[in-house]
Design a protein around this ligand. Structure first.
Ligand code: DGL
Length: 263
């Protein structure tokens, strides 16, 4: 089974990371569209065009299914691409459902995502279905993807940015913080500095890997991350040594986050 996974950039590595742990027998082609990142500040037409080219690239490389490891591209392009291609196309959306499920009392849920994801119909339809108590607040994070792409994770610049973005909300009110962009996982240790200790930090990565497994008729397993069955591409070019070293560091950061966050 050959799975194509793509994102505008390094965010998708956080999804690939889960796939490598839980579906280790598959072969992966990972595509980061770094030439065009960030998608969250592009037009819908641009995002659809980039996504279509990537799915074509991945099918030409023999992918049996494509996982869009990007909430933004999913919101804009997944339905259209499912009509245009015959292989299964699995998308992502902010994990609002589990967040609503665990919410109690007068606590609230905060969904952070790119401006495109926050504006798109897909998220609002999801909220109409699952957020019956109107307990979900939405917060655009237009700059966080750029910080991630610059490898700027534990920096004062990011702290200042988060302080500014959170200045209009009461972080103490939230039972859950939903990461509605795959780039946002790298900053989990920083969010913890702003939210109460018992605020759950929820992403859609594992749910998406489960959905991939279901569609491909596979069982998810627990195991060690295996990094040897992945071919990495950057906007259509095979990743060079420097990029591969960076990707290795990202996998290590994700392991570290899993450990400290008990995830
Ligand atoms: N990682 C992407 C997401 O999940 C998009 C980031 C971007 O390029 O804006 O939404």
């Amino acid at each position: 089974m050959k799975i194509g996974i793509f994102d505008s950039g390094i965010g998708g590595i956080s999804v690939l990371h889960e796939a490598l742990i839980h579906l280790p027998d598959a072969e992966y082609i990972f595509y980061a569209d770094t030439d065009h990142v960030p998608y969250g500040l592009k037009t819908k037409e641009e995002i659809l065009g980039f996504s279509r080219d990537i799915v074509k690239f991945l099918t030409d490389k023999g992918a049996d299914a494509v996982l869009i490891a990007c909430n933004t591209a999913t919101a804009v392009a997944a339905d259209r691409l499912r009509h245009e291609f015959t292989i299964p196309i699995i998308g992502m959306e902010p994990a609002v459902k589990p967040a609503v499920k665990q919410n109690t009392g007068d606590k609230r849920i905060l969904v952070m995502a790119t401006p495109v994801t926050i504006r798109e119909n897909k998220l609002h339809k999801l909220l109409d279905t699952v957020d019956k108590d109107h307990a979900v607040d939405l917060l655009e994070m237009p700059e966080l993807v750029k910080f991630a792409e610059a490898g700027c994770f534990d920096s004062d610049e990011v702290r200042t940015y988060l302080t500014e973005r959170y200045s209009t909300i009461d972080t103490g009110r939230y039972s859950a913080l939903v990461l509605g962009c795959t780039h946002f996982n790298y900053f989990i240790p920083l969010y913890k500095e702003f939210f109460p200790e018992d605020t759950a930090i929820i992403d859609g990565n594992m749910g998406t890997v489960r959905q991939l497994a279901r569609i491909m008729g596979e069982e998810v397993t627990e195991g060690q991350m295996i990094n040897s069955y992945v071919n990495y591409y950057v906007s259509g070019r095979p990743a060079d040594e420097k990029t591969l070293a960076l990707i290795q560091k990202l996998h290590e950061r994700l392991d570290m986050i899993k450990e400290i966050a008990g995830r």
